[in-house]
Design a protein around this ligand. Sequence first.
Ligand code: SAH
Ligand code: SF4
Length: 366
Amino acid sequence: MTEKPTSRQLPVTRYDHGRDELTELLGDLPKYRVEQVWQGLYKDLVSPDEISTLPKNLREELRASLPAALRQDVRSVGDHGETIKWLWRLTDDALIETVLMHYQKRSTVCISSQVGCAMGCGFCATGQMGFDRHLTAGEMVEQVIRAQQEAGDRRVSNVVFMGMGEPLANFDRTWTAVERLHGDLGLSARHITVSTVGMVPGILRMAEEALPVNLAVSLHAANDDLRDELVPINQRWPLAELADACRVHFDRTGRRLSLEWALIADVNDQPVDAQQLASFARSLGAHINLIPLNPTPGWPSQGSSPEQVRKFAEHLTNLGANATIRRTRGTEIDAACGQLRSTRIERPRVAVDLPSRSERPTNPPE
Ligand code: SAH
Ligand code: SF4
């Protein structure tokens, strides 16, 4: 699969090195020192200058040769401390987002895979920004590390690639990150989910990989006319081809497919939409996740009302499909894909009586 070329050179930061690369990079050091560095980065999750088993001068050196990828620009907390969202500034000043969500029995981190996105879904804040650059594997892994540092004793057991960007348009780096999360951080493959808008070649590549991670497809429409409009990539890989690829992935991995459906008032929340979705999902044995569309600055449509969401879910269930309504998280802190970044970069997106930009605190209240 061809990947969109990036004219800029991508940064190399501390989690761009796995065990073998670290050994090579630190070639002058004895083996046990390399092991201490690796332990510090991947087991104790500390920065090189905090690895207490190393002599001070070495820690200083490592701080320069193993720089951090992420600097916190904004950290906001919602849902009574159960949702934490970051806007990170990368080494080239690009901005990306990460969201940590605590649930009763698990903690999940939602990470970004690109700065912006080239797929052009009109309803998506990230799509509205356009594509800037790919993230490196290290920039993806460090988002998980930062989330785990924040979570403390609560283990971040689940990772979803549902932040900014299309992970399968950045396949190699995404997969390196997946392998590092599994091999170096010890996450189980069944707790890792890659979400795609429907890039068929990428889905087929996932099916070939040794690690059977979960696949989520952002469907939003189950007829080609509407999907061509909502999700332009459908013009390239229409529903029938997408379904075939999903079937291959299921046959190879045994992982149940998830279908994401953002409910848009009067666009894809009617009985006929439920019928089309139910038959698509049933034919693939897929699970459906429903979420009302979050409003974004560049898209006029509204999310469906809670009553309509409930009705739609009930309709799906009556048709024999398996659907759950996803609890929206962090809506008060702009925790939908790309939204914190757009509020920060452009202007307040709500036309209410807000204080002027200069009067607003840099960090949202916690
Ligand atoms: N590019 C990948 C992963 C990132 S988007 C993909 O599209 O799957 C993560 C999820 O957020 C997708 O399901 C996407 O459709 C959804 N999404 C984007 N904008 C949204 C919005 N305004 N409201 C609700 N969900 C949205
Ligand atoms: Fe990209 Fe996913 Fe947003 Fe579409 S929904 S523009 S693929 S991030």
